[in-house]
Design a protein around this ligand. Structure first.
Ligand code: FAD
Length: 490
């Protein structure tokens, strides 16, 4: 999406969004490559965040990370301004004002794939064209850009495994590598001493006007993030396949909060993985590193889908027949789920960890999402929204994809009649109840044998913990019937 080439004078504007890093940032590289001195901006949009349920923890993480990025950019002579617009509707006007104020002739950014973000960018591009400014939007969030992994009929894949095969083919053909810092230092020499930085430093970064929650569990400095990636690739990737499903084991990378805000790029993840585990790109090799690479490809799959199918951004189901499901509306049950009081310990431990820290292990996301939808027959959008309000790594594409998968409403969803049993999931993935005991101190006195279903223990009446709010067997049958009916009505 480009209009006329930038004029030879003036400044370039780098507009940061979900790409909060100075290393391997395509838009930054393009802005520096323009040869113009660069000014960077980040626009906070509190009303937009509120309407789209962004968690206070993620907003805190963004604010803390921006302080690091500001320093990184300062080191290469790029000032960073942090501005505020209530929501997306006033962004075009703000950008135009900024262009006029600082003699900006070209704007560079990285593409976002949600529908609202695409509409915002169309409006900004139109405004820039009207004012004769240059606009360049790069593909950066995914390793392989959306639209490039398609079937022979030029359609988006609807099933993950063939998508992954086609994705890997592209990946190996094109050699998508992160740009290194030395590339950037070379480029940035062009800008030395060119910036007329008349921006008042304090005025340029006011704290976000949003109800934030502490994100300090997640360090935001570059070294800590890169070390976490390196450490995972060197010491854990190999064992990922055996360890990734057990919440009491520290067996996954915990990099999703950084990927979600772009403090780390997916290219950087894969480059580090391939350097330490070169065998990981062998298709279907099924070593731990290949399985981890596949998870990064799930992120790509969901972002490609979001880009391809606008109704996902609007929280509509991919499988249209599921519009007809008669969801139960039981606000007491929803509250019990949110507060970790369902009487199913594995679900409750997961939900309490989420509320306390903003984090939840992938296996627990699947179990607690399945519980809300199939055991409570509650509309999956209620859970999707709650997760976005709580998660430190909340990301529209992956969250929507995960919920639609669990609810059997998505593209590559598990069939509706295959329903997780929360008790057997618990016995399998938290066998000795280590994770449960960590988050539900009330169950301290419950013997190991009953930790997954404490109400069956003879001493349960002395334990301050709820009885199961639903009967799994009954609700399973009701859920299957509801999906079946919805199909018939369609
Ligand atoms: P690792 O296991 O180390 O995987 C590496 C990276 O691959 C992750 O950081 C993530 O970017 C990506 N990834 C892993 N699994 C998935 C997956 N199933 N789908 C898409 N990408 C994946 N992930 C988010 O980033 N944001 C969300 O808002 C989100 N919501 C989810 C909601 C539900 C109901 C479910 C079932 C899954 C959701 N996921 C979400 C996917 C997954 O649970 C997290 O990405 C993962 O738990 C993050 O932990 P990690 O960084 O240790 O992942």
């Amino acid at each position: 999406m480009m209009n006329s080439e930038p004029q030879s004078t003036n400044h370039a504007l780098l507009w940061l969004r979900a790409d909060l890093r100075s290393s391997d940032n395509t838009a930054l590289n393009c802005a520096i490559g323009s040869g113009l001195p660069v000014i960077a901006i980040y626009i906070s949009t509190p009303m937009q965040w509120y309407q789209h349920h962004i968690s206070g923890r993620q907003v805190d993480l963004i604010e803390r990370r921006l302080k690091v990025v500001k320093q990184q950019l300062n080191d290469i002579n790029i000032p960073l301004l942090v501005l505020e617009c209530d929501d997306f509707s006033t962004v075009p006007e703000t950008i135009i004002q900024l262009c006029q104020q600082h003699k900006i002739s070209a704007v560079y950014c990285n593409r976002q794939h949600g529908w609202n973000e695409k509409q915002r960018d169309i409006a900004v591009e139109q405004a820039l064209i009207t004012h004769n400014k240059y606009w360049h939007c790069s593909d950066d969030y995914c390793v392989v850009p959306p639209g490039q992994v398609v079937t022979l009929q030029q359609q988006m894949y609807k099933v993950f495994t063939p998508f992954r095969t086609a994705w890997l083919k592209q990946f190996l053909q094109h050699n998508y590598q992160p740009t290194t810092n030395s590339d950037k230092v070379m480029f940035s020499q062009h800008c030395l001493n060119l910036i007329n930085d008349n921006l008042d430093d304090n005025a340029s970064f006011k704290p976000f006007n949003y109800s934030k929650q502490d994100s300090l569990l997640w360090p935001v400095d570059e070294q800590a993030i890169q070390q976490r990636l390196q450490m995972f690739c060197e010491t854990k990737a190999e064992y990922y396949q055996q360890q990734r499903d057990f919440p009491a084991i520290d067996g996954t990378s915990c990099l999703s909060p950084y990927l979600a805000i772009g403090a780390l790029s997916a290219r950087q993840c894969l480059a580090a993985l391939i350097e330490t585990q070169p065998q990981c790109v062998e298709i279907n090799s099924h070593n731990g590193a290949f399985v981890w690479l596949s998870e990064v490809v799930w992120r790509e799959f969901y972002n490609h889908l979001l880009d391809d199918c606008d109704r996902l951004s609007k929280h509509q189901p991919f499988q249209l027949y599921t519009h007809n499901i008669q969801w139960l509306e039981n606000s007491d049950h929803v509250r019990a789920w949110q507060q970790g009081q369902t009487g199913y310990p594995i679900v409750d431990a997961a939900m309490r960890q989420l509320a306390a820290t903003g984090w939840m292990h992938n296996r627990l996301r699947m179990i607690s999402a399945s519980f809300l939808v199939k055991d409570m027959l509650c509309d999956w959008r209620i859970g999707e929204q709650w997760f976005m309000q709580q998660l430190i790594d909340g990301e529209l594409a992956s969250n929507n994809g995960g919920w639609q998968w669990a609810a059997s409403t998505g593209t590559d969803a598990q069939p509706y009649f295959r329903i997780f049993n929360p008790t057997t999931q618990s016995e399998r993935f938290d066998a000795d109840g280590e994770f449960i005991r960590q988050w539900i101190p009330e169950l301290e006195s419950v013997p190991d044998k009953y930790i997954h279903a404490p109400s069956l223990w003879s001493g349960f009446s002395r334990v301050d913990y709820p009885l199961p709010i639903v009967d799994h067997k009954q609700m399973r049958l009701l859920a299957i019937d509801s999906y079946k009916q919805a199909k018939i009505w369609h």
